[in-house]
Structures are given as C-alpha cells and as structure tokens.
Design a protein around this ligand. Structure first.
Ligand code: PGA
Length: 261
C-alpha cells in the first residue's frame, strides 16, 4: 500500500485529479469509480478545472457509483445518483449515458445489487476507484464487520454513520436512511487501482488502523492491504496518528516522477 502525505485537502485533490488525467490519456474510456461525501469534492473540482482548461480530455470517460441510499424518492437531491450527476458527471461535461449506478429504489433490492455487480464486470471492471473513509473505517458503505469477500448488497448503516451524514439531511438524523446499497469489499478490491483520500483529524484513527493495523473486518478499509496497487492519500491531520509517517514522506519524496500514483 502506498501512503502519500499531502499538505492539505486541495493538494490531495490536485494529486488525484492528475492521476485520473494520466489514466484518461492512456485509456480515454476508463471507468472511474467515484465516491460521495465531502472528502472527494476537491478531486472533482480539480479534475473539472483540468477539463475546462483543455489539459485533460474526459469526453469518453465513464463514471460509476460506489454506493446508494435505499428508499429515497427518485431524484432526491441527496441520493448518491443525484450527487454524482451534480458533482461529477455534469462538471466534466458528460452525459447521463456515461454513468452507471445501482437502483436504490428497486423493489427487488437484492436483484438490483446483483445486476450492478454484473454491469460493472460487463463494462470491463473499474479502472480507478476513488474512496473516502468513514470515521468507523468503512469504505463505500461497508460498515465494520462486513465480509472482506462481500459483493454489492444491502447494508444497514451504523448509528455513527447516520450521525456523520445527518449534515446532508438538514442535521436531522431521522431523515437519514437506515439502509444502503454498497459495492462489497470484494467488489472494490477488483478495481484496478483503489485510491483512498482522507482529510482532517477526525479520520486519523481510522487511517492509522487501515494502514498500520491488521487486516480485519472491524476496520473494513484495512482490506485495501490485500490489493496489489492501493494508494492512500492523506493530509497532515489525517496522517497524524501514523507511526511510519516519516518513512512514507521519505519514500514519496524519492519516488521517480514518471511513476505517478
Ligand atoms: P466524508 O465521508 O468524506 O463526507 O467524510 C466519507 C465516507 O463516509 O466514506
């Protein structure tokens, strides 16, 4: 696992946007797995700026969703489909046809989950999967004690996550759904390059356990240790509990520029 410590969230956004730009120049129709929440927004802003300036051609990019609430009315502004269309698809100038996600309002949720896993495989698999991390160590909505082999399925959110996400629902936890669809940990590990971005002190403990703790389902993000090419990008605050921070800094500083992330 490569750990890159950046000064702040904007620098993390710029670094990952550069990696996405490099991927799109190698593979113009790359399938980009995107995450929601506050953390990835600097990535999307930096990438959209590169597209606007002509530095990156994203016209053939494809975008896919990581997770979704179950039971929000279609078109709800906080459904992750709405968020990804608003924050990623539209700013990159893409059409809805280039976007895929699970159906959070399907009557048969299990069938919708299986259909989404199949659709990802049929699309050739995810080339780059951007991830945030929950304060409880979740990736996607794989809450603690999720199977490390899990596929896309329905999950129940922890109280902690519902409290964390209430800010998107008028600070009213009662409006935050209990159930979600999430790519499984096994599904996420099939992406060719998972990149986890974490910023702020609130994520420092989860980051330390993810990077330096044992692989354990109590910290779902620790499963990234099993991936041959996983990158963790953290700002100084999120890195503040890493014992090997100096080693990670020295390693990245000495890395040949041509290698990219
Ligand atoms: P956040 O969410 O970026 O809004 O902190 C991260 C997550 O829950 O994965």
């Amino acid at each position: 696992m490569e750990v890159v410590i950046v000064p702040d969230a904007a620098a993390g956004g710029e670094l990952i946007a550069e990696a996405i730009g490099a991927l799109l120049s190698r593979r113009p129709d790359a399938l980009l797995g995107v995450a929601t929440g506050s953390t990835p927004l600097p990535v999307y802003r930096a990438l959209a700026a590169k597209v606007r300036s002509g530095a990156v051609d994203a016209s053939r990019a494809r975008v896919c969703q990581l997770d979704e609430y179950v039971g929000l009315p279609p078109g709800h502004p906080e459904s992750y489909r709405s968020v990804v269309l608003r924050e990623v698809v539209e700013p990159l100038g893409l059409s809805e046809a280039s976007f895929m996600g699970p159906d959070g309002s399907a009557e048969d949720v299990q069938a919708a989950c299986e259909a989404y896993d199949r659709a990802l495989a049929e699309a050739g698999g995810v080339d780059l999967q951007l991830l945030g991390i929950g304060t409880d160590g979740h990736i996607g909505f794989n809450e603690p004690c999720s199977s490390l082999a899990s596929r896309t399925r329905i999950k129940t959110l922890t109280e902690r996550t519902r409290i964390d996400n209430a800010r998107f629902f008028d600070d009213d936890i009662d409006q935050v759904p209990h159930h979600v669809i999430t790519q499984g940990i096994g599904t996420i590990l099939e992406s060719r390059h998972p990149i986890l971005l974490a910023t702020g002190e609130g994520k420092a403990e989860a980051v330390a356990q993810t990077v330096e703790g044992p692989v354990a389902s109590i910290v779902p993000a620790s499963a990234l240790q099993l991936h041959p090419h996983a990158t963790v990008v953290v700002d100084e605050a999120a890195a503040s509990k890493l014992k090997l921070a100096d080693y990670f800094r020295a390693t990245y500083a000495a890395k040949p520029a041509w290698q990219g992330l």
